[in-house]
Each structure stands twice: as structure tokens, then as C-alpha cells.
Design a protein around this ligand. Structure first.
Ligand code: PAJ
Length: 291
């Protein structure tokens, strides 16, 4: 496995890959866990060579405190990537990625109007900026992203199509701890009590999934609307003293618009962000899927 700490080194390494090779690309911000590794493993099954980038992208952090405490574990990351079978790791500097002002404006197709969008102004603009720059450098055949960041995945799919990148976006299921907590680089920032509280988030999502399929509130005969379910999820998560729901939204899985009725969309997703002070966790679950 080759590790490149500069753009020049990376371009040199990239030029050695045969032209007919299918390149699988996994962009990350490091602090790698089994969720990231599952993307690498999937990439290995469809590509001839797998490239991973590790870059803590400053432009997608709307909160400087969050950027400052973001875990950085490059050595362990490279060990895990070597064991997983990646061929090339790109660890660029900020100057490599942003040599000057980036004045491009990338359309997010309105997919940033719900969920994380309004709560983290500029976040998806930063994600679009870095992902397109990385695509331009790596020129992969496939790029793999996790469903854990459902809105990010939708937005990346959108601009990849809109900008005509000849890249296939592959989505990968959320990898969870045995107690259901979605794996996240931020989980290491939880103290013991918070870590104990955090699985309550996914337990609530699972219950919400059951409620949505029955469309009846537990313990009553009342038919539940998507809006009522959002409120139920918020209250259920907040019933744990260490958890504070920032939002719980029931959205059309394709447009990410809020749905008023279960019949409004073929596919419906429940997306949440929960503060476990000062850590912010996100998760999501499918409520309805029409094949
Ligand atoms: P990062 O949070 O490091 O995540 C890198 C990739 O791993 C993303 O596609 C994310 O969805 C996926 N991932 C994270 N946790 C996962 C889990 N538990 N199961 C499955 N996949 C998981 O997302 C980013 O970095 C950045 O925004 C990036 C796309 C690299 C742009 O900077």
C-alpha cells in the first residue's frame, strides 16, 4: 500500500495505475472505524484498485470547535487500510486541495433544505466543494459513500449526475455497534455515561419503523401521521436525560422534502440529529420502501 502525503506524490502514484483499471474511491476524514472499512471492502469487490483519501475538510465544518476536536489518527488509519487491502492512500494538505479561492457554485438541487442543511449552514457546500475536487484529482470509476450520512449521499448523487461526472456512486449500509449505535468517528468523544445513553437513538428509530408500518400509535387506536411520528420520536429520544433531539424529520427518500401523508412518497426515511453534549450524532432509518 502506498501512502502519499502530497498532491504531487499522489499524482505520480496514480500515473502508475494501468488505464484499463477500475478505480474504487473511498473519501474519508480519517479516524477510521468498521463503517469506513466496510466501504473499502465493498470497493475491493467491484474494482481493480482501491484508493482512500484522508482529509479533514475545513470548509464543511460550520463550527470551529468541532473541527478542533475532530479525532486524527492517521497512523492507525493506515494500518487498518493496509489490512483491509487498499492500494493507495491520499493524505493531502489543505493547500493541496485549496491552492486558491474556489469560486465555483455547485447546485445541491434543494436537497439541503431539510435535515442537516438549515442546521449546519455551509456544510453541504463544503462537502460538494471537497468531493468534486477529489473526484477531479482521483478520477475514479466508482465512489463509495455510507447510508449513515443519508443526506450527504443524496446530495453527492445529485451533483455527480448534474455535473456529468462519469463516476458511479455506490451506497453502503450503515455499520453499527452490537448495541445498535451507528459507528461514527465522533463516538470516541462520548464519555461512559453518554456512550451508554447513545444506543437509545437507534432503539427509538427501530420502534418508529414498527409504528410506521402499523401506522398506529402504541397503546392507542389513533392513526399516526408522519408529523405525529416525528414528534413521538423527538419525545421518546428526549425522555433520556442525556439526549436532546435537534430534529426528527420524516422525509421523501428521493427529494428529502418533509412528507405530510404516508402516501406522499414511494420511499420514506426518518432522519435524526441528537445532541449528546457536546457531541452531535446523526442517524436514519427507512420507514417505507416501494419496490
Ligand atoms: P467521514 O465522516 O469520514 O465518512 C467517510 C465515509 O464513511 C462516508 O461516506 C460516510 O457515510 C461513511 N460512514 C461513516 N460511518 C459509517 C457507518 N457507520 N457505516 C457505513 N458508512 C459509514 O463523510 C465524510 O467523512 C466527509 O463528509 C467526506 C465525504 C469525506 C467529505 O469530506
Amino acid at each position: 500500500m502506498t501512502i502519499c502525503y502530497s498532491l504531487a506524490d499522489f499524482q505520480q502514484a496514480l500515473s502508475l495505475i494501468p488505464n484499463n483499471y477500475k478505480i474504487g474511491f473511498v473519501p474519508t476524514m480519517g479516524a477510521l472505524h468498521k463503517g469506513h472499512i466496510s466501504l473499502v471492502e465493498k470497493a475491493l469487490t467491484i474494482s481493480d484498485t482501491v484508493i482512500v483519501s484522508i482529509f479533514v475538510n475545513p470548509t464543511q465544518f460550520n463550527n470551529p470547535g468541532d473541527l478542533a476536536v475532530y479525532p486524527r489518527t492517521v497512523e492507525e488509519d493506515c494500518k487498518k487500510l493496509r489490512e483491509a487491502g487498499a492500494s493507495l492512500v491520499f493524505i493531502p494538505s489543505v493547500k493541496d486541495i485549496y491552492p486558491g479561492d474556489d469560486t465555483r457554485s455547485i447546485s445541491l438541487g434543494g436537497l439541503d433544505l431539510t435535515g442537516e442543511g438549515p442546521r449546519r449552514p455551509g456544510h453541504f457546500k463544503g462537502v460538494a466543494q471537497v468531493v468534486t475536487l477529489l473526484f477531479d484529482i482521483v478520477k475514479p470509476t466508482y465512489a463509495l459513500f455510507g447510508e449513515k450520512d443519508f443526506q450527504q449521499l443524496s446530495i453527492i448523487r445529485f451533483f455527480t449526475g448534474e455535473l456529468n461526472y462519469p463516476i458511479e456512486i455506490i451506497s453502503c449500509p450503515t455499520v453499527r455497534e452490537s448495541d445498535g449505535l451507528a459507528m461514527s468517528s465522533r463516538n470516541v468523544l462520548l464519555n461512559a455515561k453518554q456512550r451508554e445513553a447513545a444506543p437509545h437513538i437507534y432503539k427509538t428509530l427501530k420502534k418508529a419503523q414498527e409504528i410506521a408500518s402499523a401506522q398506529i400509535l402504541p397503546g392507542s387506536k389513533e392513526v399516526i401521521t408522519p408529523v405525529m411520528l416525528s414528534r413521538w420520536v423527538e419525545e421518546e429520544i428526549n425522555s433520556h436525560p442525556l439526549l436532546k433531539t435537534e430534529y426528527a424529520e420524516v422525509v421523501n427518500s428521493l427529494t428529502l422534502q418533509l412528507v405530510q401523508n404516508w402516501e406522499d412518497a414511494r420511499d420514506i426515511q426518518l432522519c435524526v440529529a441528537v445532541n449528546v453534549d457536546p457531541v452531535r450524532l446523526i442517524d436514519n432509518i427507512k420507514l417505507k420502501q416501494t419496490l
